[in-house]
Design a protein around this ligand. Structure first.
Ligand SMILES: *Cc1c(COP(=O)(O)O)cnc(C)c1O
Length: 364
């Protein structure tokens, strides 16, 4: 028998979460953001669940090609645009829309030979200071693009740094508006946090990343269920051993946990080599047979220990849910595990290890 760990990708949850985004912004079109191999879920695996999106947004040409191979003929947007001039040939061949955020990319376009002009998303740096033209440089970039025969429609785009936090988006929206109010073209402003938290913004295309996968974009302030989002990934395994401890016994490397009294623990077949974060201290939530308990001691490469004090029925073979959907309707939000590890759900999803077998379940 193979090692009992596996990840499940829930197609219905993906579709539900996408529909949730549509409900928030009824007039907008929705990009399903599938960069980083669909946030670790796998492009091919999420395709069925997300195929009602209006388009797919990503960064890698390889991933764009895979989407075309799956038969997707609709829009694909390259969120960082081209990395060198000859990438434009692939854009022409695969009919990819691309972000333009630097003068070099405009230069490459002006020398590109193509029969069909490209749809581009001109990006403004409205305060994040990562990619894009400053508000002062934006209009001349727009005018240069507008003058190129290689360019068809120009859409306007920016990205928020604080859509999930107290600073909010108004300072960036104001900078964007001031520099674009009289320019034509569709707008794309909102990421997941803005789609749900600032649904009144004009964003003709919203970019739904993390919400599609069922994590709250503003965790831990709000939970996925507060937003009516459902986990699209479950990581689960089984107990492969149990131990009975006496008071004073310790667990795992570095003896980080000491039993205060006699207790039973289970050893689950999941460790940091599976993508479970090593930085989870004792007390990280975990489900055993659908019942909530906690990890004890350090996470090791292939195993972690769980407290069975309140699960006397549990033994070898008991189901352990690390995050996602558990048995009998139970669930454990990935955001809670991320918080215990001092990180965000994005990182946990993306870190799911190659050695974990993945199955797509809950077909539409
Ligand atoms: C990754 C990304 C998104 C999606 O962000 P979420 O917080 O996951 O919704 C949107 N826009 C851009 C430019 C991105 O790079």
């Amino acid at each position: 028998m193979p090692r009992p760990i596996e990840a499940l990708i829930h197609s219905q949850a993906l579709a539900h979460n996408l529909a949730r985004a549509r409900r928030a912004v009824a007039d907008a079109r929705v990009w399903a953001v599938v960069k980083a191999n669909a946030y670790g879920h796998g492009i091919e695996r999420v395709f069925e669940g997300l195929r009602s999106a209006d388009g797919f947004a990503l960064l890698d040409f390889d991933e764009a090609q895979r989407l075309r191979q799956l038969g997707w003929r609709g829009p694909i947007l390259l969120l960082e645009g081209c990395f060198e001039a000859r990438d434009l040939e692939l854009c022409s061949r695969l009919n990819l829309w691309h972000v333009v955020h630097t003068g070099e990319q405009i230069e490459w376009l002006s020398r590109h030979k193509t029969h069909t002009p490209h749809r581009v998303f001109l990006k403004m740096n409205s305060g994040m200071n990562r990619l894009g033209f400053t508000p002062a440089a934006f209009r001349s970039a727009w005018a240069r693009l507008d003058g190129l025969p290689q360019v068809d429609e120009i859409s306007l785009m920016t990205h928020f740094s604080d859509a999930d936090g107290p600073r909010g988006v108004s300072h960036q929206v104001a900078a964007f508006e001031a520099a674009t109010h009289d320019l034509p073209g569709e707008r794309s402003l909102s990421n997941s946090a803005a789609t749900l938290g600032h649904p009144g913004l004009r964003s003709d295309w919203v970019r739904a990343g993390i919400l599609s996968y069922g994590s709250a974009p503003d965790a831990p302030a709000r939970s996925a269920s507060d937003w009516d989002l459902r986990p699209a990934m479950t990581l689960r395994t089984r107990l492969i051993a149990t131990q009975t401890l006496q008071a004073g016994d310790t667990v795992g490397y570095g003896s980080q946990f000491t039993a205060e009294h006699a207790m039973r623990i289970g050893i689950a077949a999941c460790g940091y080599a599976d993508g479970y974060p090593r930085h989870c201290a004792t007390g990280t939530p975990v489900l055993v047979d659908g019942q909530r308990t906690r990890t004890v001691g350090r996470v090791s490469m292939d195993m972690l220990a769980v407290d069975l004090t309140h699960a006397p029925q549990a033994g070898v073979g008991s189901e352990v849910t690390l995050w996602g959907q558990g048995p009998q309707g139970s669930s454990l939000p990935i955001d809670e595990v991320a918080q215990a590890a001092g990180t965000i759900a994005y990182e946990l999803m993306c870190a799911l290890a190659m050695r974990v077998p993945v199955r797509v379940v809950d077909p539409l």
